[in-house]
Design a protein around this ligand. Structure first.
Ligand code: ATP
Ligand code: MG
Length: 137
């Protein structure tokens, strides 16, 4: 069993879609073992997306991720990292497969409803940024 880190982004909370997205997550067999709704600070968002800081969309991304509340989550299950990436769909909703979260709910490549870790190593780093072991069960 494996853990991954998930964020329900501001476009999801704004449109009251957190329950709908969580239903897709749970139907995929992933267990929500940690969950907290927070307002990300600018510093938190900049640190979280540090790997993208040279990309042209970095400023826009930080602006978006701090534009409203997000739900940070720890998901657990068999091959959780790969499974969640599959359930999320492609970064650009226009290219996302039928039935995926981004195909069903996302509005644009920037406002794409969810984040999911891209490796188990990054998952551990990202989880540690928002959760203590005592907050996961
Ligand atoms: P995430 O890391 O959020 O799970 P991802 O791994 O599919 O998404 P990345 O390439 O890591 O995509 O990009 C991180 C985030 O930056 C995207 O989810 C999206 O919100 C934003 N982003 C990516 N490309 C663009 C773009 N061309 N224009 C605007 N925003 C973008
Ligand atoms: Mg990514």
């Amino acid at each position: 069993t494996e853990r991954t880190f998930s964020i329900l982004k501001p476009d999801a909370t704004k449109r009251n879609l957190t329950g709908a997205v969580n239903a897709v997550i749970e139907e995929a067999g992933l267990r929500i073992v940690g969950q907290r709704r927070i307002q990300m600070s600018r510093a938190q968002a900049e640190k979280f997306y540090e790997v993208h800081k040279e990309r042209p969309f970095f400023g826009e991304l930080v602006e978006f991720m701090t534009s409203g509340p997000v739900v940070v989550q720890v998901l657990e299950g068999e091959n959780a990292v790969a499974k969640y990436r599959e359930v999320m769909g492609a970064t650009n909703p226009a290219q996302a497969a039928e039935g995926t979260i981004r195909k069903r709910f996302a509005q644009s490549v920037g406002e794409n409803t969810v984040h999911g870790s891209d490796s188990a190593e990054n998952a551990a780093i990202e989880i540690a940024q928002f959760f203590g072991e005592g907050d996961i069960a």
